[in-house]
Design a protein around this ligand. Sequence first.
Ligand SMILES: Cc1ncc(COP(=O)(O)O)c(C=O)c1O
Length: 450
Amino acid sequence: MKDDNFLTENNARHLWHPMGAPADSHSTPPKIIKGAEGVNITDIDGHSTVDAVGGLWCVNLGYSNDVVKEAIAKQLYDLPYYSAFAGTSNPPAIEASYAVREFFAEDGMSRVFFTSGGSDSVETALRLSRQYHRLRGEPTRTKFISLKKGYHGTHFGGASVNGNNRFRINYEPLLPGCFHLPSPYTYRNPFHESDPAQLAQNIAAAFEDEIAFQDPKTIAAFIMEPIQGAGGVIVPDASFMKLMREICDRHGILMISDEVITGFGRTGDWSGARHWGVQPDMMTTAKGITSGYFPVGACMVGDKVADVFENDQTGEAGIFHGYTYSAHPVGSAAVIATLAETTRLDLKTNAAARGTQLFEGVKKLAEKYDIIGDIRGGHGLMTGIELVSDATAKTPMDMATMKKIHEATYQAGSMVRLGAHNILMSPPLTISEGEVNTILSALDTGFASA
Ligand SMILES: Cc1ncc(COP(=O)(O)O)c(C=O)c1O
């Protein structure tokens, strides 16, 4: 490894970073994170902070889980790679598929298709949902419906169902046949409705209206996050996902629950759908499936979809979709170890308790700072804080102030994430009470700097 001077001089010179403008990385070089332990990260200057981002909503086990690290290391020596395209398999892939199926059995999932990440999983679900309808003799069902503010990755299919124009406009035209409903976002919505249950009813009515307009026989699937993450941690009413499930069922539309963030305990339950008492037809996961230690995703399907593929009489059930790294042996070894550790440590229980602590702590800070316009969370370790410069007009906070708050919070002991004028937090699910207090006191300092 080159020395620190080399790293600083070459930082962002040759690497284009996702989700930012190259010139901005030149003028404000990214922080170089050199090490991590527990839930703490350390930068190149030796400054250590509690990582309230969990890497990127993914390091559920914290940074020091040796069981997962050793499983990855061992597998690299046993078999570092072999293709899992039809015709060959490998031992960890077989065991990981068994473990994933068991983990999500209560959600009604019975088969898994491994991918390299969340965007790949979403792409897989969208494509398989079209094929499912073709196999059933309804080839006109090709359209997708999703929610504004939703984030479903950055492949063309995923971006097309994304509900935030930042990820769309520069890449248009996107996939035709994708339509969006309002988000269950009580702070801002076209119905001017602040009651979450009523807002859920309004969106359900908009869904019915859109289905009638499009014709149900043209719609393949509806995709949603049980709690919208990157869009600002938007928690719907407890009735919302059930309402959407019932409408999907009535119109023969598949429901895809995008659990890339909410899977594996983050909501205080093992999946977001389970948190709301819903069984989807398909689930997309990634991130926490390996605690971010190795790039793996999974698209899961329930019996209804599996039966159509497995009992096909048309000869068209070949899944001509997949990735070189689907069911990668090292990734699969990471999945097996991560699921075992996630269960052994009962991460969901800590996520629920520490998530409530973080949410309540931020609510206390809101009594002190007018710039806190909305606080969202209270369902596990996902907390969003929307900052405004004028609370009455709900004017989004300007980026210069957001960056100032971010830096002051970081210097005071916690890394948080900015998503437009939101502060987003999703710390490791292993975090302690004291470490949550560190995040809260760092945020206090951050807000005071605005
Ligand atoms: C709900 C959701 N779906 C899909 C994705 C895309 O995952 P990836 O970045 O691994 O491609 C993300 C990433 O944050 C996500 O939050």
